[in-house]
Design a binder for this molecule. Structure first.
Ligand SMILES: NC(=O)c1ccc[n+]([C@@H]2O[C@H](COP(=O)([O-])OP(=O)(O)OC[C@H]3O[C@@H](n4cnc5c(N)ncnc54)[C@H](OP(=O)(O)O)[C@@H]3O)[C@@H](O)[C@H]2O)c1
Length: 309
């Protein structure tokens, strides 16, 4: 499935080769724009980082209106040009909530989903969002979910399908869903699934396997264990550190390479504010893990939250 075709404007090889995302072929190493919030005070640095990503062949960027209350989308609009050929994937199901107890609040109702797509279209400055993930409030949810925000999946799928038919979105995916939800949604056509998954979070193996069987892109979020303090980190896994030392690469690169090896359907969206880390993440697309290294990584046990190896 992987190829080494180049991305549109940079002529750089697609990092990690390419794999399908709906009707698009994208680099298997992409970029997650959530961390751009941390560059709020340095817009030039954020734009330079995004330009460097394009130069390196990245042509798949994950975003949301609720990342910095439009900040990440505005930066993408400023930094990216149509000729860059970047497939932007946004997500809906929550709205920014500046001044609230959390920076976002659930917005799961069909009319709210449509309003969120319209907000994304405006802030990204596009007529169509190539892919939009419906972020469900299933599983572990870190924000309060009032009863009226528990919305039937079929009603949401009807809204997503209507927006796809109207051309507001090119395709849609699902985020933070259970195996059962994905099974129910399959007839509607699902381009990708975005759930937390990494060497330290492997609860969703069955979901991954269903994505493989159905030809759906698997786009793990928190591929390194997130930037949140207290959550287990991939770089703290002893087997990851051992492999990194043996290969002369960084522990983060081993964690990303493992995800790429885990499934040909995997598309990476690591988040970073650092050009150096961005370059390392792209280079992780070239790392080959042999069978014994993979076996050791597969057998590793996630460290307890907050622990350091
Ligand atoms: N669907 C959803 O509900 C959902 C939820 C959360 C996130 N997401 C998406 O998933 C993307 C990835 O998740 P994430 O950004 O939260 O977490 P992540 O990619 O697992 O980790 C990001 C953290 O890793 C660090 N990092 C990145 N590359 C590194 C490297 N080469 N070496 C050392 N440290 C490195 C970053 O710090 P530096 O800035 O210092 O590099 C940052 O602290 C997000 O950006 C977002 O687009 C989706």
């Amino acid at each position: 499935m992987s190829t080494t075709t180049t991305s549109s404007s940079s002529n750089a090889p697609r990092p990690g080769g390419s794999a399908p995302l709906g009707d698009h072929a994208v680099a298997r190493v992409g970029y997650g724009a959530m961390q751009l919030e941390r560059l709020r005070g340095d817009r030039d640095a954020a734009v330079s980082l995004l330009r460097r990503a394009v130069e390196l062949g990245i042509d798949h960027v994950d975003t949301a209106q609720f990342y910095g209350d439009g900040l990440s989308n505005g930066l993408l609009r400023e930094a990216l040009r149509p000729e860059d050929g970047v497939t932007i994937v946004s997500k809906i199901g929550a709205d920014p909530h500046s001044g609230g107890p959390a920076p976002m609040r659930p917005a799961q109702k069909p009319a709210e989903l449509r309003a969120s797509v319209e907000d994304n279209l405006r802030s990204l400055g596009v007529d169509q969002i190539p892919v939009v993930n419906l972020r469900r409030m299933e599983g572990r949810v870190s924000i309060p979910v009032p009863d009226d925000q528990i919305v039937d999946l079929d009603d949401q799928l009807a809204a997503m399908t209507a927006m796809r038919d109207e051309g507001l979105v090119g395709a849609f995916g699902l985020s933070s869903v259970t195996l059962e939800t994905l099974r129910r949604a399959l007839p509607a056509g699902v381009a990708c699934v975005q759930n937390p998954y990494s060497l330290v979070a492997r609860d969703d193996e069955e979901l991954l396997e269903l994505c493989e069987a159905e030809g759906i892109a698997w786009v793990p979020f928190f591929p390194l264990g997130s930037a949140f303090p207290g959550m287990p980190k991939v770089v703290d896994v002893p087997e990851v550190r051992t492999a990194a030392q043996a290969l002369g690469v960084t522990p983060s690169q081993v964690g990303l390479a493992w995800l790429l090896h885990r499934s040909p359907r995997t598309l990476l969206i690591p988040g970073t504010t650092s050009v150096g880390h961005l370059e390392e993440n792209v280079a992780a697309g070239d790392i080959v893990l042999d069978a014994s290294t993979l076996a050791a990584l597969d057998a590793s046990v996630p460290p307890a939250a907050g622990s350091i190896a």
